[in-house]
Design a protein around this ligand. Sequence first.
Ligand code: ARG
Length: 275
Amino acid sequence: MGRGGVRRIGTARGGALLRLFVTGAVTALAGLHPVAADAQEQPQPRILGGARTSVGDAPWVVALTDADGQQFCGGALVSPTKVITAAHCTVDERTGEDRDVANLRAVGGRADLNTEQGVVSEIAGVWRHPGYRDYSDGDDVAVLTLRTPMPQQPVPLVGADDQAAYQPGTRGRVYGWGRTSESGPASHTLNAVDVPIADNAECERAYSNFNGRAMYCAGVPEGGRDACAGDSGGPFIADGRLIGVVSFGTGCGRPHTPGVYTRLATYAAEVEGQL
Ligand code: ARG
């Protein structure tokens, strides 16, 4: 049980070249040991340019880990048993194979991954968007079904085709345990940073593969605030709703290089069909 509906993806997927440019994604998914002491030494200490946050601020944030507790992605609770994450978080980047569901856990209510707080759930099922091939092509969304319902408050999902949520300049907040600098360590504490949504023309300038139906991007022109490797799958919240999922980026926080997010309004009807 649990793997129903999950396609196998061959190793010869497209986008391999692009993936080489997406700093850190491979290493992040290969697993990083969070190093507590280093966080203070980074010039831009959190997520990238953000700050530590708490379960109280973001009860619906979950960490995706392997069975040993090694965090590799984030996600958001949209009901007690459903987590929205990135499709690419369901694939082992080293092999191109599906991650083994038996080796996946969702951790809710635990901002500091070095503690035992909150709830750990096994995964009963994975729905990955049927169009997903590679994050560079879009459709980077998945829904995990939890075996153990989480008591934490879920976050509302953006409405289907509520494209007004992506008005350029809209400030969103992105959450995760990813790297705190482009080549730095992941974080064992949950971090968040505010970034404005950029207009599609800016995204297209930074990414030749940018697809405005499937994606949006966010960041400040000067850089310095962004998600980074290990934040994939994590929530982008605007006006109290989940409107995006951390998908990819070239490096982290570089000038004129916004982070790219899955445009959930485009997928909301399909995702709701899974809830
Ligand atoms: N693909 C990355 C991951 O696996 C997410 C990278 C996001 N990068 C960015 N600059 N916004 O965690």
